[in-house]
Write a protein that binds this ligand. Structure first.
Ligand code: C2E
Ligand code: CA
Ligand code: CA
Length: 490
């Protein structure tokens, strides 16, 4: 067995470990050895370098990752070029360790020991066809041969099972897995760069869709291209005057069938892809920071529409504007809302803001303070999608909120689902006892509406009364007396 003060020969070290035929014992032996060395992977690496240097094998050193002893990415690309040149079938897989590994990544020596063991586990199945990516937690497998997708998936699945075997640790066992994507040559690309791009696309797609092992397909590639295009176009559209964006307004109706306010909802008509649903682009704007400009624009436009309706003779009408979680947490939120109210020249009492429980709970202390500041400006607050998050009575008591919007998922099958009926009844009773108004969203039929009115829900929003409509149509509703067909309780 390798001794710490002897000259270190990695090959000997690995061969010695591999002599042990029982895989579990083998792993224990390796782990024990690494522990005995005090997880001094850096020291080990240093000795490895010296060893190779003295042998004059600088070339090997330059092509090997010092932590895992695997050939590096550049070597993979060279090998890929050779194989593409040869023109015979092969496949490549990309493996990225999952979020559990990411969590221990900062425990330097331990994570490196686990990394090393992981590479041995993979090699046990596919031999010496493993390469190190530029990221330490990512590997490539490059295998010759015309294998079917199924047989590649089977190999990767057994690798996955091996990676997932638990590792003993000082604070209990730890187990992590990997996401994997694969491509086949020549089906998925004729050039190394194309194969590698498609591979990465497959891996991202798999990770985003909770698929552990995924093969690249043209559909995945197209979806990825489309996503990139949407990201670029969104940024451009927001920066250049919000072209192709507009707002629609969906009425809130009280139990007499009267419109008392509305929710403003953003719409984006992409010149090529047509209507893109807000949940597909709001998160992008949150990620790239554009939500700041976007949010201000939405707020201003909503308030300007409201101003027009107020002067039409409806001074008590209010508009309810969605705040995305990132937007709600922004430091300058209050000032930007004050600015918008001032520019549109309407009082704070005309504005309601819809916030989700998740946004509030991610920074509860600051959030509650911010909510109080908004309340002082006369602005009213709604909890959106209520029932899908924490829904704890204790925190609800501490929040200065006016309205609970009961999530559509409870309303959908309320006529037939007794459990949802009970949940909605409980929410209505609780809100009532706390002096909070209730609004049910996504009401589509008269059975739902009748149940809700009977149980004392204060407002209803949904296709049953009206879909979201443009500003002129909303003004027409008002012109006709602000009463919507369908009326109040049966
Ligand atoms: P949300 O705030 O829960 O909005 C309600 C969604 O349900 C809207 O979808 C609305 O059109 C839809 N809806 C209303 N009544 C019915 C109904 O009876 N049946 C059905 N099937 N659907 C109904 P939309 O406009 O696609 O918006 C989806 C989500 O995108 C919103 O969910 C909100 O989270 C977000 N969003 C929309 N507009 C904005 C905005 O201006 N700013 C921000 N930050 N988020 C927005
Ligand atoms: Ca909403
Ligand atoms: Ca909602």
């Amino acid at each position: 067995m390798f001794k710490q003060n002897s000259s270190f020969n990695p090959q000997e070290f690995i061969t010695d470990i591999l002599k042990e035929s029982d895989p579990v014992k083998r792993e224990e032996k390796l782990a024990a050895e690494l522990v005995r060395m005090g997880f001094e992977i850096d020291g080990l690496t240093e000795r490895l370098k010296q060893e190779i240097d003295t042998k004059g094998e600088l070339e090997v050193l330059l092509k090997t990752n010092p932590d895992t002893n695997l050939p590096i990415y550049r070597v993979l690309v060279q090998r890929l070029e050779e194989m593409v040149e040869k023109g015979e079938a092969f496949w490549i897989a990309q493996l990225r360790l999952d979020a559990v590994y990411q969590r221990i990544k900062n425990q330097r020596d331990r994570s490196k020991a686990l990394l090393f063991i992981t590479t041995l586990r993979i090699k046990r199945i596919i031999g010496d066809t493993l390469y190190q990516s530029d990221r330490l937690d990512e590997f490539f497998i490059l295998m010759e041969g015309d294998q079917t997708s199924n047989s590649i998936a089977r190999i990767l699945s057994s690798i996955e099972k091996n990676i997932e075997l638990p590792h003993e640790g000082p604070a209990g066992d730890i187990s992590f897995g990997a996401n994997m994507g694969f491509v086949r040559f020549p089906e998925h690309g004729g050039k190394p760069s194309e194969l590698l791009t498609n591979l990465d696309t497959a891996l991202r797609h798999g990770a985003g869709n909770r698929k552990r092992i995924i093969e690249f397909t043209q559909v995945i590639g197209d979806a990825y291209d489309r996503q990139l295009r949407i990201e670029t176009d969104l940024h451009r559209a927001i920066q250049s005057g919000f072209e192709n964006f507009y707002l629609v307004y969906q009425p809130f109706v009280d139990s007499k069938g009267l419109i008392c306010g509305c929710e403003s909802l953003i719409r984006w008509k992409h010149p090529e892809y047509g209507m893109i649903p807000p949940p597909h682009f709001i998160p992008i704007a949150e990620r790239n920071g554009d939500i700041r400009f976007f949010g201000r624009w939405i707020l201003y436009k909503s308030l300007m529409a409201l101003r027009a309706w107020r002067t039409q003779g409806f001074p008590d009408l209010f508009v309810s504007v969605n705040l995305s979680p990132v937007q709600f947490l922004q430091r300058d939120l209050v000032t930007s809302i004050q600015d918008a109210l001032a520019s549109a020249d309407v009082p704070g009492g005309c504005l309601k803001l819809e916030i989700t429980e998740g946004a509030i709970m991610s920074e509860p202390v600051e959030s509650i303070e911010k909510m109080h500041t908004l309340k002082h400006l006369g602005i009213r607050l709604s909890i959106d999608d209520f029932g899908t998050g924490y829904s704890s009575l204790n925190y609800l008591r501490k929040l200065p909120i006016d309205t609970l919007k009961i999530d559509k998922s409870f309303i959908d099958d309320i006529a037939s689902n007794i459990q949802n009926q009970e949940i909605v009844k409980a929410i209505l009773a609780m809100a009532h006892s706390l002096g909070i108004e209730t609004l049910a969203e996504g009401v589509e039929d008269s059975l739902q509406k009748d149940f809700l009115w009977k149980q004392g829900c204060k407002y209803i929003q949904g296709y049953y009364y009206s879909k979201p409509v443009g500003e002129p149509e909303f003004a027409e509703y008002l012109d006709k007396g602000a009463i919507l067909a369908g009326g109040g309780p049966a």
